[in-house]
Design a protein around this ligand. Sequence first.
Ligand code: 9MR
Length: 444
Amino acid sequence: MRIPRLALLSTATVGVLVAASIAVIGTAEAATTLGASAAQTGRYFGVATAAFKFTDTPYMTILNREFNSVVPENDMKWDATEPQQGRFTFTNGDRLVSHAQSRGMTVRGHALLWHAQQPSWAQGLSGSALRSAAINHVTQVATHFRGKIHSWDVVNEAFADGGGGARRDSNLQRTGNDWIEAAFRAARAADPGAKLCYNDYNTDGINAKSTGIYNMVRDFKSRGVPIDCVGLQSHLGTTLDSTYQQNIQRFADLGVDVQITELDVQQGANQANIFASVTRACLAVARCTGITVWGVRDSDSWRTGQNPLLFDANGNKKAAYTAVLNTLNAGGPTTPTSPTTSSPPPASGGCTAQVTLNSWTGGYTATVRVTAGSAAISGWSVGVTVPSGGAVTSTWNAGNSGTSGQVTFRNVSYNGQVPAGGSTEFGFQGTGTGPTVTPSCTAG
Ligand code: 9MR
């Protein structure tokens, strides 16, 4: 029998396609860019940039190829966005955001309030006039960029160096110690989708300054002040504090994400090792969700003469680049899915729980959203089945009884009251594979 030529061709094509897709599934290729390799571990790899550099072709080639997150080095600061009181200029910030969106990059916002780079009109204010100008600034800027920012540095560098963990003196601090929480509440109201971070430097290990910040975050979590993340800037010298990872972990254990936000390392024999160690430390903590370097090439850096970045002035990859890429690739690939499992819609007076997993080989974090039904609830508990062989190793924003098999999570003092239709989140980390059985939710 003669088989029509067309049919023969298509049979062969299907055969090739099937073979090709099996080959793709079966091969775990090491990623060849920072952004892609970080993404395989569920994280981003970002860079500080500026709209005025967008006409520099060699610069843009690296930016677009390597990074999947950007942060404006200066374009969203107070002096840049509100040069005169009540007159806002978002041109450069908007250019940065639209470039990022066109390339599928996320954007960190930096920084809503800071004692430095204030416009001169704000430097001349104090007391309640400064407080209301500052909160208005937070509201206007966060509202303008609403829905477009992955994480905001809401407050930058508010703690003192060598101050035993105390706040830094500044015109903002002199408006009252509650200025930071007022800023976070205003930011949450203006852009509920953005993660809200506190960001600082000289916090690259367990020391008096990072402990001061740790105590503030713990206090905020206990009082329901909206804070989601801590930024560790990580402007580093020629050594790395031995408690770098431990410090990330203790913040994560408070129930906030940690981001390495302004990484650069002084050139020297240890540069590549320090970059690799920072990357490894972030990968080792599930809630360390991304790393940003503070510039593309050494010639773009604020640290003139210290060559602290991953590319040299000619755009060549340095040893530090290769060290970071290899470290990222050693940390992945992980399961690129976030499966969710939900309990059924609640009866009046009840609640529902939805579990979202971020899994990797050998472990996971679970984020659990508890939503009240048509009536407010006062207290809740969520039952989860932990697959055999695994166990819960840490929990945030909830208490747990048991760590394996059937585990019950209960609200803590500050998140038991949930209004009708409202929700609250808690999370836990575990070993093994994450729970996939429908969770239960019980009010009261
Ligand atoms: O890199 C920024 C540089 O271009 C600015 O002139 C400087 C102004 O103070 O700010 C630099 O970025 C800082 C960041 O906004 C906050 N953390 C420290 C960074 C380096 O100084």
